[in-house]
Design a protein around this ligand. Sequence first.
Ligand SMILES: *Cc1c(COP(=O)(O)O)cnc(C)c1O
Length: 373
Amino acid sequence: MGNRISIIRSSMPPLEEYVDEIRSIWENTWLTNNGPKHVELKEKLRQYLGVDFLNLFGNGHMALQIAIEVMDLQGEVITSPFSFGSTTHTILSNGLKPVFCDISPEDFNIDPNKIEALITEKTSAIVPVHIFGNSCDVAAIGKIAEKYGLKVIYDAAQAFGVKVNGKSIGSYGTAAAFSFHATKTFHTIEGGAVTFSNPGLQERLTKMANYGIGLTADGKALDRGPDIKGFNAKMNEFEAAMGLCNLRYLDGEVAKRKNAHDRYTSRLKKVQGIHMVPDREGITRNYSYFPIIVKEEYGLTRDELLEKLNADDIYPRKYFSPLTIDYPCYQTDYGNSHVPTARYIVERVMSLPMHSYLTEGDVDRICDIIEKK
Ligand SMILES: *Cc1c(COP(=O)(O)O)cnc(C)c1O
């Protein structure tokens, strides 16, 4: 038995570099509330992604919650049940009714061919998820949205740095919400962002993260009461400093993930019954996860393979099981949605360990077990 291999390991910048980055916080004692690190990271990320506008948030969940809120939606929202809980939770906590669309068996994203059948006169938006960082079919979704006058808010939590035809994934849809949680490819410990191109959204996105209180042109809180009901979803200076450090190493971290990804791919493509998400033309990936589907032809079930790997101190996860429609908190309402492919996938999916510290030897150790059965 070798060393323990976990599903994820957070990327860490050199400690001294982080200490240097936070030194100025001791000088200006500006710890949070739109401080200089926040302002700097916001602009650097906007440039890195090449998007028109970007606002920072305290986490990805609140970024999505607020991105949906500022669209002033009503009625029904079409979404995917194969996601992390935030996607369905934020639709519901905005007082909207989620309508669950089935997913593609190839990449587990919302199936654009099945969206139109779910549109009614009550539908106001689509909230697709770029699951595992693999891009949805943004062109097809964009066409449907235009035809029916729907807003599109992407849950891009897992898709930081992904490009479609050379453009950031954040420039598709009405808005896109990213997570910078410690487990994501780019992280600020906790954090998130919303990208958008309509300048009219900026003021409300800013206020919603700050109890509804507006900011003056130079970033100070306005001296009157909030004019909208907001949240506290601010990114603090320590988080922004972590982001500034991590951003310097991001391209290298993604390259290391790509090495692991390529090694997995070349070894597992020889194994009968293991499906991997294929590369798609025009898409730059971020290698945030390495999901596989364990099909019948493989011989062992997903859970049997998981046990084998666990026995060797290797810990993949059944991301993203269960489907959100089967959560105990709202199972009775949504469990009967017609999503046969999502049901098939969720029984067979497993995310193999994927992070920038994974060595070729680690990947080989995992693939040896999968190959041998
Ligand atoms: C991580 C994640 C979120 C939530 O982001 P946090 O920063 O952890 O709050 C939302 N949606 C998806 C798909 C995620 O993976």
